[in-house]
Unconditional design. Structure first.
Length: 274
């Protein structure tokens, strides 16, 4: 047998058959599919984890901001004779407007103090996901129009719902609204702040998964502030009514009233009723 024929036979024995090639291609494809599945699952888990971390961080920042502002809410009767300011707390089911003393001026030369008006409400539809933006409106000057003016900033997106509840310590229940905008109002709750406020926030992430967050915060100063002698007519009437209520409670308890305000013109607020 010639050397050329033997070389051809050895080359034929070393070559792959069509069946062997098909099996190899099939195994390679199966291995690629398994690898792709593992990699896809990894990226899906990473995406879901990133969405979860993002929405939790956003909720934590928003709730911390809301509860901090609520805890620093206040009412005040300290104003001039012209009564050019209106310090209010208007709480609704999905909105709250309040004066607070938690502002931190950050701009050099800005005409700001630690006081201001802040409002939380739902704004427009979010751009990157379902739901609406949670908007914080801030006005550094307390004037006679607390529900207008200021600048708005979206602090969270994808909000499905925002709700507030206000603790009524007199009736021992949660209320859906709380309006303290008139010092001389005789309707409940009067010119006073709730002892606690509950905040509930429902968010949706980029994968359209919904999350519910809820917290409570105390309000540190619930009664209106009044330093020194009242200057405005409203403050004088409020103080006289407050003294009269206190004297009435003392008489009901069988105690000698310490002070009964004179509500007639010319009275000094310390004598008896004339």
């Amino acid at each position: 047998m010639s050397a050329a024929v033997m070389t051809l036979r050895r080359q034929a024995r070393r070559a792959f058959t069509l069946f062997e090639m098909l099996v190899a291609v099939g195994l390679l494809g199966l291995l690629g599919a398994l690898t792709f599945g593992v990699i896809s699952s990894f990226f899906a888990i990473q995406r879901d984890t990133d969405a979860l971390v993002e929405v939790n961080h956003m909720a934590r920042v928003a709730l911390n901001r809301i509860t901090r502002d609520l805890s620093h809410a206040f009412l005040s009767l300290n104003q001039g004779i012209e009564e050019r300011t209106k310090v209010v707390f208007i709480g609704e089911r999905d909105r709250v407007v309040m004066a607070y003393m938690g502002n931190i001026p950050t701009q050099l030369g800005a005409t700001e103090t630690d006081q201001g008006v802040v409002e939380y409400h739902l704004g427009d539809t979010s751009e990157d996901r379902e739901g609406r933006d949670l908007v914080r409106r801030f006005e550094p000057v307390i004037d006679d129009t607390p529900e207008a003016g200021g600048t708005e900033l979206a602090i969270a997106s994808g909000v499905q719902s925002l709700s507030f509840e206000y603790w009524d310590e007199v009736n021992f229940e949660w209320d859906d609204s709380w309006k303290a905008d008139d010092p001389l109002s005789n309707t409940e709750p009067g010119y006073i702040l709730p002892l606690r406020v509950k905040v509930r926030l429902e968010l949706v992430d980029t994968t359209e998964t919904e999350y519910v967050f809820e917290t409570q915060t105390p309000v540190y100063i619930t009664k209106p502030l009044l330093f020194g002698l009242p200057l405005s007519a409203t403050a004088q009437q409020w103080k006289a009514g407050s003294q009269l209520d206190k004297a009435t409670e003392q008489m009901k308890s069988g105690l000698q009233p310490t002070s009964i305000p004179n509500l007639l013109p010319g009275g000094n607020g310390t004598g008896g009723l004339q």
